[in-house]
Design a binder for this molecule. Structure first.
Ligand code: CP
Ligand code: NVA
Length: 313
């Protein structure tokens, strides 16, 4: 499939076939890694990783994953690079394009990532912006498939803040024919532009993407319950207001009981126990959060290999 040399900025930009290819290659690479089969599809390549926000999973999974693919990853943050001192993103894009083979970026503004990709002549991968978190949502599809066998026809209910994670999950579900309900209170619902685009994608795969205020109504028949923090990176000043506004939008055992028997619970992590999810549910038998975290490694290896390898995967 044609992902070579492309960017991965939003799942909305991917075709249904490209999403399927990423998942197929992720499964293949996961198996190879588990069986100790060499898979150095990016041997001799270099990835620059630009971080303007904190990270544990994204940094470690990209860096380890690229190493396992035979490549070398360079970590750059605002503090220690010229980005933090105001060098324009379009200049950084052109300089890095002369030196490395791909760029992964985690930053605030989604427009900065679009600008980076516009000026870079190498693949750019979105490692989270205020608007989207595509690598996490693609990973989540792999985890759901592993636990629920099929994606098409399943129902995800996202509970809480209609944030970057909710947006990318809407796009991800829409591409694979999984219905999704975003259960959020007024004022914290997802961006209507994203909802509309996801609904257009969903119409092509025969599923629905909706927004609902009533969490118990939303959760009926859910195969997957998903949540994320109430206060995302960069929103720390709003924390107290958000705690109050989102108070009732928690995944707890009462809500879980209202979902389908055998429903799984997901969280991109880091989790705030006692806020968006209870300790009991996060650590309970229906939680798949550790598989979900591990799959970041395999899915992002697939993304990097598909975009950056000279080989056909
Ligand atoms: N889920 C996720 O992206 O985690 P990090 O912020 O630790 O990278
Ligand atoms: N919504 C969270 C996701 C962290 C992985 C944030 O942006 O902080």
């Amino acid at each position: 499939m044609g992902l070579k040399h492309k960017d991965l900025l939003s799942i909305h930009d991917l075709s249904v076939g490209e999403v399927a290819t990423i998942l197929d290659v992720a499964k293949k690479l996961k198996k190879m890694q588990k069986h100790g089969v060499p898979h150095e599809y990016c041997k001799g390549k270099t990835l620059a990783m630009l971080f303007s926000k904190a990270s544990t999973r994204t940094r470690v999974s990209f860096e380890t994953g690229f190493h396992q693919l035979g490549g070398h990853a360079i970590y750059l943050n605002d503090k220690d690079s010229q980005i933090g001192r105001g060098e324009p993103i379009r200049d950084t894009a052109r300089v890095l394009s002369r030196m490395v083979d791909g760029i992964m970026i985690r930053t605030f503004s989604h427009d900065s990532v679009i600008e980076l990709a516009k000026y870079a002549s190498i693949p750019v991968i979105n490692g989270l912006t205020d608007l989207l978190h595509p690598c996490q949502a693609l990973t989540d599809l792999l985890t759901i498939e592993e636990h629920q066998k099929v994606l098409k026809g399943r129902k995800m209910v996202y509970v809480g803040d209609g944030n970057n994670m909710a947006h990318s999950l809407m796009f991800a579900c829409a591409k694979v024919g999984m219905s999704m309900v975003c259960a959020s209170p007024k004022g914290y619902q997802p961006d209507p532009v994203v909802v509309k685009q996801a609904q257009e994608d969903a119409a092509l795969t025969g599923c629905t993407i909706t927004v609902e205020e009533d969490i118990f109504k939303a959760v009926k028949g859910a195969d997957v319950l998903y949540t994320d923090v109430w206060t995302s990176m960069g929103q720390e000043a709003e924390r107290e207001i958000r705690l109050q506004a989102l108070h009732d939008y928690q995944i707890n055992s009462k809500l879980l009981k209202a979902a389908r028997d055998g429903a799984i619970v997901m969280h991109c992590l880091p989790a705030h126990r006692g806020e968006e999810i209870t300790e009991e549910v996060l650590e309970g038998p229906q939680s798949v959060v550790w598989d979900e975290a591990e799959n970041r490694l395999h899915t992002q290896k697939a993304i990097m290999a598909l975009l950056m390898s000279d080989a056909d995967l």
